[in-house]
Design a binder for this molecule. Structure first.
Ligand code: SAM
Ligand code: SF4
Ligand code: SF4
Length: 356
């Protein structure tokens, strides 16, 4: 059994970092403990990224979740607290676009009291306005999604005419209030924004922010994913290395999703996330809580486990903990290791619902 061997510092707490369980903590059928909880606080978004919420599906007729079906902040905090007792060390707030959830700072304030690393992923459309209040509430870091630095390509990706300058302003505001180092996620779609890779590297090199290039994934059932639209991370690395000498760096902790590459001139690093061409399921310790209280043990899950019923039906913490343990102990997910054209075409939960 793995022990707590690699301490990492996060927000004043020294956190352990392993994929294995600690004594008494649940382990899934592949020997993985629960370490990361991703909490999606809304299924709504003000962008329509073609790879996530294409307009053809997420249009005026699309039925988003009614407000009263969403978990309250008190319910989310309760679930999170129980998860921390099961081994969770990191909590990421996501969505949809999490900054669209009203009074999110109140939830952050509640979660910040738990002994976890607390982060948030956002499209940054509202970040310049909210960075200070998020920091004051106790958020530690943000990850910002940005798919190109030129407006033409970025607008094509977000499909809502949203300009790059507002996202950059959000990144600056986050760094200025101490929500850095900011990680910047760029989904790479072959033939659509691959020309934006090098400008992104040039722009953020030396800034202290870390750009991570994500392989376009077959999440959900709406984006019409095809393997030939995936630019393998090894090609991204080769492209960057042609202009800037880079070398592999050790992971910050075991189970880190992004492969790190540092600039040989010491001016920082970039990362690649290769969910399609180099699966990392064997160290996957992530679990997702949907806005209406279903647990998903894999990003590519076809169904979740409803715990809202228990929460609202008077179950005590012990019963909830037992349910969570049972769900985790049955987990055998390793989708990216067994992906085929058929699995890609299967009906899966949307990423805008359970978060990245
Ligand atoms: N709206 C927020 C944002 O975009 O940052 C948070 C939610 S979004 C679903 C989380 C992450 O998932 C984003 O970084 C986004 O780029 C990524 N994502 C969404 N669809 C994807 C896909 N098909 N392949 C790879 N990454 C995807
Ligand atoms: Fe919205 Fe994020 Fe999905 Fe883009 S990736 S549509 S910003 S939820
Ligand atoms: Fe984890 Fe599922 Fe992704 Fe594999 S495919 S890394 S099990 S979320």
């Amino acid at each position: 059994m793995n022990q707590r061997v690699i301490p990492i510092k996060a927000g004043g707490f020294t956190l352990p970092s392993t994929t294995g369980p600690l004594v008494g903590e649940p382990v899934d059928t592949l020997g993985r403990g629960i370490r990361d909880l991703r909490i999606s606080v809304t299924d709504r978004c003000n962008f329509r990224c073609s790879y996530c919420m294409p307009k053809s599906v997420f249009n005026r007729e699309f039925k988003f979740m009614p407000h009263d079906s969403l978990l309250s902040f008190e319910e989310i905090e309760r679930v999170a607290r129980i998860f921390v007792d099961q081994g969770v060390q990191k909590i990421r707030i996501t969505g949809g676009e999490p900054l669209l959830r009203k009074h999110l700072e109140r939830l952050i304030e509640m979660l910040a009291k738990l002994p976890v690393e607390l982060t948030l992923t956002t499209n940054a459309s509202l970040l310049a306005k909210k960075a200070q209040s998020l920091k004051d509430a106790g958020l530690q870091r943000v990850t910002v999604s940005l798919d190109a630095l030129d407006d033409e390509t970025f607008k094509k990706m977000n499909d809502m005419d949203f300009p790059v300058s507002d996202v950059l302003e959000g990144i600056d505001a986050a760094a200025a209030v101490g929500l850095g180092p900011v990680k910047i996620n760029m989904v790479v779609k072959k033939g659509v924004n691959e020309h934006a890779i090098l400008p992104m590297v040039r722009h953020f090199k030396g800034s202290g922010h870390v750009v991570r290039f994500i392989e376009y994934m077959d999440v959900g059932s709406s984006n019409g994913w095809k393997m030939d639209e995936v630019l393998p991370s090894r090609d991204v690395v080769a492209l960057i290395n042609d202009e800037f000498a880079i070398e592999p760096a050790n992971p910050n902790y075991r189970g880190e999703v992004a492969r790190r590459w540092k600039f040989k001139d010491g001016s920082g690093e970039v990362g690649v996330i290769s969910s399609v061409t180099e699966a990392f399921c064997s160290t996957c310790t992530r679990l997702r809580l949907s806005p209406e209280g279903s647990l998903y043990t894999c990003l590519f899950a076809q169904q979740g486990h409803d715990i809202r019923q228990l929460l609202r039906g008077g179950a005590n913490d012990e019963a909830l903990a037992r349910t969570i343990q049972g769900i985790w102990q049955q987990r055998g997910d390793r989708y990216s290791e067994i992906r085929t054209a058929d699995t890609a075409a299967a009906k899966k939960i949307e990423m805008s619902y359970i978060g990245g």
